[in-house]
Design a protein. Structure first.
Length: 333
């Protein structure tokens, strides 16, 4: 029993040392992040001030040109008034008739009543700058979050025993595409027989895990995780209540999270590679656009039970329009 106590003390000290090292690493990472954010804010401030200075110079130049044009018109009007004054005293009526019409004709000038000079700086410039800064900060925060998620990368391969007969898997189990011909395969209980889906071989019942899938070139797909106990036979409705946590693409550019109810996703850039992160104990599942370091969607406060398996559906071939495979790719940290 004494040895057990000593071992427990050793384990506690070891855990404390590991926690201390992790805390120091986290502190350094936070300092680096905030330093980067401060640089971004300072850069935004500098760019905004430079833009305002350029706008001020452009406004001053415009004002000078307007004043110069007005002074030129004043000079011409004075000359015309002088000529008209001189003509009013002439007795040569024929000469008067000959030049009067040209002197009195209207000159092609601006409608000065429509010209105004701005005295206040528009808030639109500031709003655009702050929106740009907000997007930049959000991207940096998401990138930091994504890097942390990638630390939990796992090796995922496809399970041929679960694959729908019309799906074609690569020899290494990293790619899946839809074929137009149904293969003659054993109708195992774990095999999907209606929806063109396949699961990963590895299941997870605790902890955190992360994997990435290339979706480039596809017009439709489904991707996420599913509970081991899901229905494999007949029609399937993807939703958390049915044991699926997925995002999907339809009609080439319509993205949605298959939540209860489904949620349309606003995607600024078409994702080429999607990252999937699961924290089993936290009940969290998040999706990321890896290339743009942007967050796509998160299922939160979920109650995971049993094993969770990576879930894939390349969707039908659609006459070759959607023939590109889903590819499980190595995670580049």
């Amino acid at each position: 029993m004494i040895q057990d106590r000593f071992k427990k003390i050793h384990d506690i000290k070891h855990s404390a040392e590991v926690r201390k090292r992790n805390t120091e690493k986290e502190k350094a990472a936070r300092v680096e992040l905030f330093t980067d954010l401060i640089r971004s804010i300072e850069r935004c401030q500098t760019e905004l001030l430079e833009m305002m200075e350029e706008q001020q110079k452009a406004a001053e130049k415009q004002e000078e040109e307007l004043i110069e044009e007005l002074e030129q018109e004043i000079t011409e009007l004075k000359m015309r008034n002088t000529e008209l004054e001189q003509l009013s005293h002439t007795e040569d009526h024929l000469h008067l008739l000959q030049i009067y019409s040209s002197l009195c004709s209207s000159r092609n000038t601006r409608n000065w009543s429509e010209i105004s000079v701005k005295t206040d700086e528009s808030l639109e410039t500031l709003r655009r700058a702050l929106t740009k800064l907000q997007d930049s900060l959000q991207e940096k925060l998401t990138l930091t979050e994504l890097k942390r998620r990638q630390q939990y990368a796992v090796d995922v391969t496809l399970d041929p025993d679960t694959a729908h007969p019309e799906l074609i898997l690569s020899d290494d189990g990293k790619q899946v595409r839809h074929g137009d011909i149904e293969q003659k395969l054993p109708d195992k209980p774990e095999r999907f027989d209606y929806c063109v889906c396949v699961l990963g071989k590895e299941g997870f019942s605790s902890g955190r895990f992360y994997f990435e899938v290339q979706v480039k070139g596809k017009t439709q797909w489904d991707l996420g995780v599913a509970r081991e106990s899901i229905n494999r036979k007949g029609s399937i409705t993807l939703s958390p209540s049915n044991g699926h946590w997925t995002v999907a693409l339809r009609n080439e550019n319509e993205y949605k999270a298959c939540d209860d109810p489904p949620v349309s996703l606003c995607v600024r850039v078409k994702p080429q590679r999607v990252g999937v992160f699961v924290d089993y104990e936290e009940g969290l599942l998040s999706f990321y656009d890896v290339e743009s370091s942007s967050h796509l969607y998160s299922f939160t406060d979920q109650s995971f039970t049993g094993k969770l398996y990576p879930f894939f559906s390349p969707e039908p071939n659609d006459g070759g329009k959607n023939s590109t495979p889903l590819i499980i790719t190595p995670v580049k940290q």
